[in-house]
Design a protein around this ligand. Structure first.
Ligand code: PMP
Length: 390
């Protein structure tokens, strides 16, 4: 059997191994990026699935158009209009989560060897989604606001990339957000170079502090924008959307037809009703409040428990805090010691294209109780103190 070359060049995800170990009942896990299951709108989901099957069963169990059900595309377009994006229903395509949107981006844009510019660090799952199309990833330096415009200007000139991939709001893994001025600068640079921007935005509704920043899509209608229900409703629905100009939309529809024909019609009808449900606004307020408390609890615990010389980001939202360990301590070396202390996290390196990130770790706060966060961070602090600097 001779598999494709990208398979041979890909390693099984180390993160999967950590997540498996983190499932032991006595391990406190800050490793995954999971929303909190006790906050899922189970009652509302039961209600809407029941309603759909009794009133629209034959439509909901049929195939549906590859771009998605019009009723859902309308609900999403209306929501995005309220966020100052100029959008029509035809600009919206429904995906199986935004991970599927990333695959459609790779499928539509990348010929082997094409350059894709990414932040450093960036979302690991995007690197995995694009990899089968065999791009050449080039990283652009970042600071506390994400991609640095001067570094981007240089990279655009040298590499003539196909597109740049950004998670500008509460980035995975760092939790950082790009300010408006920086967003405007990046749009100007990409417009001048005629390079597409892919804006991946799963987290902007999860803001716990500060004021919303306009999406990059609201600054430039050509931006390809990805959204999802995974963090605000439930990842088990596998429901996301892609917003794109007509030329890209044509390619994305062909991609849909080639891969999966359409997203489950039943799920799409359920999603349209859940997003329009009278409890939806309250549900978002509830998760924001709960995650905000968890984030602040983790920040306070880090302050108390982590040794001096450790630094971390202070996000205004999202699901992650990014830690930089004291000089000489490698986060990979800490995984085992943390496990002995019954706590799990994800080391920084997989989020970089090269071998950077050795002294970083990503901590998730959404899927642990306040008590677990306090105990888990104490355990992690002890594990760091037990590891000898190299
Ligand atoms: N993009 C980013 C930045 C993410 O963090 C995630 C989930 N971890 C995804 C995309 C994929 O989300 P989903 O496919 O569940 O919508």
């Amino acid at each position: 059997m001779r598999l494709a070359s990208w398979v041979q060049h890909s390693e099984p995800s180390f993160i999967r191994e950590i997540l498996k170990a983190a499932q032991q009942p006595d391990v406190i896990s800050f490793a995954g990026g999971l929303p909190s299951p006790e906050l899922f709108p189970v009652q509302e989901a039961m209600e809407v699935y029941q309603e759909i099957l009794s009133s629209q069963g034959s439509v909901a169990l049929q195939y549906s158009p590859s771009e998605g059900e019009t009723s859902l595309r309308e609900v999403i377009a209306t929501q995005l209009l309220k966020k100052s994006m100029q959008i029509q229903v035809d600009d919206v395509l429904i995906t199986n989560g935004s991970q599927h949107g990333l695959d459609l981006v790779g499928k539509s844009f990348i010929n082997p060897g094409d350059v894709v510019l990414v932040e450093s660090p960036t979302y690991l799952g995007a690197l995995q989604a694009f990899a089968p199309y065999q791009p050449r990833f080039v990283t652009v330096d970042t600071d506390e606001e994400g991609m640095i415009p001067e570094a981007l200007a240089q990279a655009l000139q040298v590499y003539h990339p196909k597109f740049i991939y950004l998670v500008p709001t509460f980035q995975n893994p760092t939790g950082r957000t790009m300010g408006l001025t920086r967003r405007e600068q990046i749009v100007q640079l990409c417009q001048a170079a005629e390079v597409a921007i892919v804006e991946d935005d799963p987290y902007s509704d999860l803001r716990y502090d500060g004021r919303p920043v306009p999406s990059i899509r609201s600054l430039w209608n050509e931006v390809i924008y990805l959204g999802t229900l995974s963090k605000t409703v439930a990842p088990g629905m596998r429901l996301g959307w892609l917003v794109a100009p007509p030329k890209f939309m044509h390619a994305a529809k062909l991609g849909m037809q080639a891969t999966c024909l359409n997203v489950s019609a039943l799920t799409q009808h359920a999603a349209a009703r859940l997003l329009s449900h009278p409890n939806h606004g309250q549900h978002i307020d509830t998760i924001r409040k709960a995650y905000g408390e968890r984030m602040r609890c983790m920040l306070d615990s880090l302050e108390r428990e982590f040794p001096s010389g450790t630094a971390w980001t202070r996000p205004d939202g999202g699901l992650f805090i990014w830690v930089t360990l004291p000089d000489g301590i490698r986060s990979f070396d800490l995984v085992e010691s943390a496990y002995q202390n019954r706590v799990a996290f994800v080391p920084g390196t997989p989020f970089f294209v090269g071998n950077d990130g050795e002294s970083n770790m990503r901590l998730n706060f959404s899927n642990s109780s306040l008590a677990q966060i306090e105990v888990g961070i104490r355990r992690l602090g002890n594990a760091i103190k037990q590891v000898e600097p190299q």
